[in-house]
Design a protein around this ligand. Structure first.
Ligand SMILES: Nc1nc2c(c(=O)[nH]1)N[C@H]1C(S)=C(S)[C@@H](COP(=O)(O)OP(=O)(O)OC[C@H]3O[C@@H](n4cnc5c(=O)[nH]c(N)nc54)[C@H](O)[C@@H]3O)O[C@H]1N2
Ligand SMILES: Nc1nc2c(c(=O)[nH]1)N[C@H]1C(S)=C(S)[C@@H](COP(=O)(O)OP(=O)(O)OC[C@H]3O[C@@H](n4cnc5c(=O)[nH]c(N)nc54)[C@H](O)[C@@H]3O)O[C@H]1N2
Ligand SMILES: [Mo]
Length: 767
């Protein structure tokens, strides 16, 4: 059975592929030129450079690009930004505005025909927009009428659980705290979050083993580490400023190990774009050992490594493992050591796709060092066995005593700039007891305790007609989620879909019976409430909370801030509410005071966040005190469950190109990988291309048949690439149509969008 929802589908137009060589060095002058070109095109050179100079400065705004921390000390006077941060800003500060005339001239079905790249380039939404039932065009609506419509609809539902409130990780602590407070006061825990698709697997694995779902290291630890292992992450593209930290670590003597199916340029060599050495082409070699693991082969690899480390210790007791740490600070080592001793080593090595020689080299390195950091991102979290893989990372660190001391620990590198903070201040569909108690103590109502829907369960519930209202605080739900056709139908079953957004995206075009777009001010823009300039706060990947204050006037006078939108929404919905929404809206200090009294770790929030670099939240893994119940870090036992493919099946990972931020497509090039002007590509091993009777540039259709449903992504261009046999790579969101809604990580329910089983069939034409 083939399933189609046209408006949800990404454009199938091909744009004219050009193939070059993958780059050997990341950063450098090409990165500077690319930044300046992007920002100048959207807003002019002068304003562009002014904005860049304020990015990530102590008195500036937080880059909306990623969650990598800012150095505590020296920040470049040129602006602490990277090429991709500059592109993210260009998208935001674009001078193009979408007025009511734009929506009058462009129907929803016509806009849906455009590619995501074209949709994103249209501009900023300038005023609230409303799509009446049965209409084909959005029309302008006043803020008051918009809030009234939402409030009336929410109050008409049979149960608050018939609504879902999504968050994307750009939302500030202040907006996120108010949002979850409103949603809980209204009566539901249906708070799916982009982290359900992102680092949820890390959160689950780390909470169980180390007592906190966040990473344990700081930037200082990077500079002290002896070994840094980077697994399933492409920092050159997605966290470029991490390369500066790796470069510094390397200068201090660290060994860098990369574990990735493809040789990402950012991990090979780096030339700092804001450094004079870049002008003369000097670069630093980053990776010392490159393990080209098979997609989904990390659990097998880690088990092989841990097995061999334990064997080595048996031969030379007291020289490889940290016995003192294992005995005094951990629990479960006996069961774990028994388990790891009897694994099928040959099978693990075969499943990993890495040679015995390379594995031995890594084991020798790890055996000799004691300050080890493991970093990871989506290459580990978006698999069926993701939680088990991350627990195996923890086992490795525990064997080596490498957590809770300087120069060592866990580093799950976060995505969205405040995805970690949103979680900290209460955006969770399964609220912990302390959060509920905090809310009850502070606001004198009993918040709902039963679990709400995460992202995948929200989609299923919409599909099963259990949800009538979908509300999104940012993000682009239809393009970010799996199984595009299924999810499109789910959204279209809602009575009302509402998006708080900065820019037009596909989620505005795949709507419920009625739809609203509420335009908000962005990170770069000034937020003035009650005549006073406000600032917001965010938490980065290393648990530092700091302020962010925009510098530009809002692009339209009709924009509203996210905190103000939540307050107005609450006032329109909860007529009897005793919470002082008016006060929150006019003074963000009052929001921070309430966060302080509701959530642990924010003592003296308003004072400490005004310090130039902000403050660290408490972290039990960093402190080495670990789980609250036992005071220990826990070893855990997992079976090696690597996906076994049938004949003609391939395992597909969906990754980001160098020219996108999640579903926002900045351009059509993937410069570091040498693929230009096309996103509908499938990277394949040349031997697999030959085995299937394909040649480079062939057009192929990709299929997935999980649960006997045929999912098709037509017309992808075959690109020969240095990638292990049996695995292929495509870009998201184009390939999301193939990710089955039913395939998620065990325990975290994260879509397994890096291990999608596909088959390929050639089309008649070639490009
Ligand atoms: N410019 C830019 N910056 C971003 C983003 C963006 O889209 N653009 N997105 C932000 C967000 S929300 C996030 S979560 C992060 C994402 O940052 P990343 O996780 O770096 O992003 P992906 O492109 O998904 O890259 C995954 C990497 O994992 C590798 N990989 C895939 N499968 C496997 C596997 O089975 N094993 C191993 N070892 N490796 C594997 C891929 O080859 C790729 O290098 O970046 C954030 N920063
Ligand atoms: N196949 C596949 N799917 C994936 C992934 C993958 O690797 N492979 N990665 C997953 C990951 S890691 C993530 S985090 C999700 C991302 O999922 P989302 O967070 O939902 O998606 P984004 O593309 O980041 O959202 C972009 C939209 O946010 C809005 N926006 C931008 N800035 C602001 C702002 O300041 N305020 C508000 N209110 N709106 C704003 C704009 O309208 C823009 O169109 O996608 C997931 N989907
Ligand atoms: Mo993410």
């Amino acid at each position: 059975m083939s399933e189609k929802v046209d408006k949800a589908k990404t454009s199938e137009k091909l744009t004219g592929i050009k193939i070059g060589q993958p780059k050997k060095v990341a950063g450098g002058i090409p990165a500077v030129l690319s930044s300046v070109a992007h920002i100048s095109k959207e807003t002019g050179v002068f304003k562009g450079l002014k904005v860049l100079s304020k990015m990530n400065q102590k008195q500036g705004f937080d880059c909306p690009g990623c969650a990598w921390p800012d150095p505590d000390d020296e920040r470049s006077s040129l602006g602490e930004y990277c090429e991709n941060g500059a592109k993210a800003i260009s998208e935001e500060v674009t001078s193009k505005l979408l007025t009511p005339e734009f929506f009058r001239d462009h129907s929803v079905p016509a806009l849906a025909q455009l590619s995501d790249y074209e949709i994103g380039k249209k501009g900023r939404i300038a005023q609230p927009m409303y799509l009446p039932a049965g209409a084909s065009h959005y029309e302008a609506i006043s803020w008051a009428t918009a809030f009234d419509k939402i409030g009336t609809k929410l109050n008409s539902l049979a149960s608050p659980n018939e609504s879902v409130f999504y968050t994307s990780g750009r939302t500030s602590n202040e907006a996120a705290f108010l949002y979850q407070l409103f949603v809980r006061a209204y009566g539901t825990n249906n708070l799916p979050d982009c982290s359900n698709m992102c680092h949820e697997s890390s959160g689950v694995a780390l909470s169980e083993t180390l007592g906190i779902g966040k990473g344990s290291v700081t930037l200082e630890d990077f500079y002290e580490a002896e070994v840094i292992v980077v697994m399933g992450q492409n920092p050159g593209t997605n966290h470029p400023r991490m390369l500066t930290a790796l470069q510094k670590a390397k200068k201090n003597g660290a060994n860098i190990v990369s574990v990735n199916p493809i040789k990402e340029s950012g991990l090979l060599n780096f030339s700092h774009p804001q450094d004079l050495s870049a002008l003369v082409g000097v670069s630093t070699k980053l990776t010392d050992q490159y393990l080209q693991v098979k997609v989904n082969g990390d659990l097998a690899l880690l088990q092989a490594v841990n097995h061999l480390l334990v064997k080595k210790e048996e031969i030379n007791p007291g020289t490889v493992l940290d016995q003192n740490f294992i005995t005094s600070r951990t629990q479960g080592s006996k069961e774990y050591l028994q388990h790891i001793a009897q694994i099928d080593l040959d099978r693990c090595i075969a499943d990993s796709g890495v040679s015995r020689q390379k594995i031995d080299q890594l084991v020798d390195l790890l055996a000799a060092k004691s300050k080890i950091i493991v970093c990871w991102a989506m290459g580990l979290t978006q698999h069926h066995n993701a939680v088990a893989t991350i627990k195996e990372v923890v086992n490795l660190l525990l064997l080596k005593g490498s957590v809770g001391k300087p120069g060592a620990g866990t580093c799950p590198v976060r995505g969205h700039s405040n995805v970690q903070g949103d979680r900290t201040v209460g955006i969770v569909e399964r609220p912990p007891k302390q959060l509920l108690e905090g809310i009850e103590r502070e606001f004198h109502f009993t918040p709902p305790a039963e679990h709400g829907y995460d992202v995948v369960n929200s989609i299923k519930a919409m599909h099963d007609d259990k949800v009538k209202v979908f509300f999104a605080m940012g993000g682009n739900f239809i393009s970010a989620t799996p199984d595009t056709a299924y999810t499109g139908r789910a959204l279209e079953k809602c009575d009302l879909t509402v998006h708080v957004s900065t820019k037009l995206n596909r989620s505005h075009l795949v709507h419920g019976k009625e739809a609203l777009i509420l335009p908000c001010i962005s990170r770069t823009e000034k937020d003035v409430q009650a005549g006073k300039e406000q600032f917001v706060t965010v938490e980065n990947s290393m648990g530092i909370v700091h302020s962010s204050q925009g510098i530009l006037p809002p692009s339209s006078s009709e924009l509203m801030s996210e905190p103000a939108i939540v307050c107005r929404l609450a006032m329109a919905t909860l007529k009897e509410s005793t919470i002082n929404w008016d006060q929150y809206m006019s003074d963000y200090d009052s929001i921070r005071d309430s966060i302080e009294s509701t959530i642990a770790g924010f003592d003296n929030y308003n004072v400490r966040v005004r310090e130039p670099s902000g403050f660290y939240l408490p972290n039990v893994a960093r402190a080495g005190t670990f789980r609250k119940d036992t005071g220990k870090a826990h070893f855990t036992v997992s079976e090696n469950k690597t996906i076994q493919l049938k004949e003609n099946e391939y395992l597909m990972m969906t990754v980001r190109s160098h020219d996108q931020f999640n579903t926002t497509i900045y351009g059509l090039d993937d410069r570091y990988r040498g693929i230009y002007n096309e996103r509908r590509v499938v990277m394949m091993n040349p031997k697999d291309i030959r085995a299937l009777g394909f040649v480079a540039n062939d057009l192929v259709d990709l299929y997935n048949h999980t649960n006997d449903i045929e999912r098709v992504a037509p017309k992808f261009v075959v690109v020969p690439y240095d990638i292990p046999r049996g695995t292929v790579a495509t870009y998201f969101p184009e390939a999301n149509v193939l990710v089955p809604i039913s395939e998620t990580a065990q325990y975290s329910n994260t879509p397994a969008s890096k291990s999608v089983v596909v088959t390929l069939r050639k089309q008649k034409a070639q490009v």
